[in-house]
Design a binder for this molecule. Structure first.
Ligand SMILES: Nc1ncnc2c1ncn2[C@@H]1O[C@H](COP(=O)(O)OP(=O)(O)OP(=O)(O)O)[C@@H](O)[C@H]1O
Ligand SMILES: [Mg+2]
Length: 147
């Protein structure tokens, strides 16, 4: 586990269970609302991380990759987790057609490949970057927005 600074924090997961634990820890720090841009290469573990967040929120719906559905919502109205993926989108306009602002207005929204169209995400968006290392290990870093 890395050094805590006010704006970023670096975690190290040695296996998928630790990725879940880190997701739970980050969720606890950030709260169950807001917008997260989840970044990292193909197969980094972004969807797996969202599964960890869902478990930590007590959301029991099955979390799947929203690559084809683009955006899906889990949980109840008191506890909502929205899960999107910009990977297949060609333009900001296409992303805006999803009606993102309605999703951003309630609960927690996590967008895989959010860095593809950062300009349409709220200024307060938190970035989480997953970097695959050797042997199933992952570096997981979050960045709070600069005020
Ligand atoms: N420490 C780890 N953390 C997360 N996933 C891991 C880890 N070690 C191995 N994996 C495996 O890596 C794979 C990550 O797949 P996942 O679909 O979560 O990636 P992704 O980043 O969402 O990819 P894509 O860009 O295609 O959406 C899973 O099969 C998972 O089991
Ligand atoms: Mg994915």
């Amino acid at each position: 586990m890395g050094k805590i600074s006010p704006h970023s924090h670096l975690f190290h997961a040695t296996n998928i269970k630790e990725t879940n634990a880190i997701a739970a820890q980050i969720l606890q720090k950030l709260g169950q609302r807001g917008v997260i841009s989840l970044e990292g290469p193909l197969g980094a573990g972004k969807t797996h991380f969202v599964k960890g967040v869902a478990i930590a929120m007590g959301v029991t719906d099955e979390v799947t990759s929203p690559t084809f559905t683009l955006l899906q919502s889990y949980g109840s109205c008191e506890k909502r987790l929205h899960h999107g993926d910009f990977y297949r989108l060609q333009s900001e306009a296409e992303a805006l057609e999803l009606g993102l602002d309605d999703y951003f207005a309630e609960g927690l929204t996590i967008i895989e490949w959010g860095n593809k169209f950062p300009n349409i995400l709220p200024q307060e968006t938190i970035r989480i970057v997953i970097t695959p290392l050797e042997h199933g290990e992952r570096a997981i870093e979050f960045f709070l927005p600069k005020k």
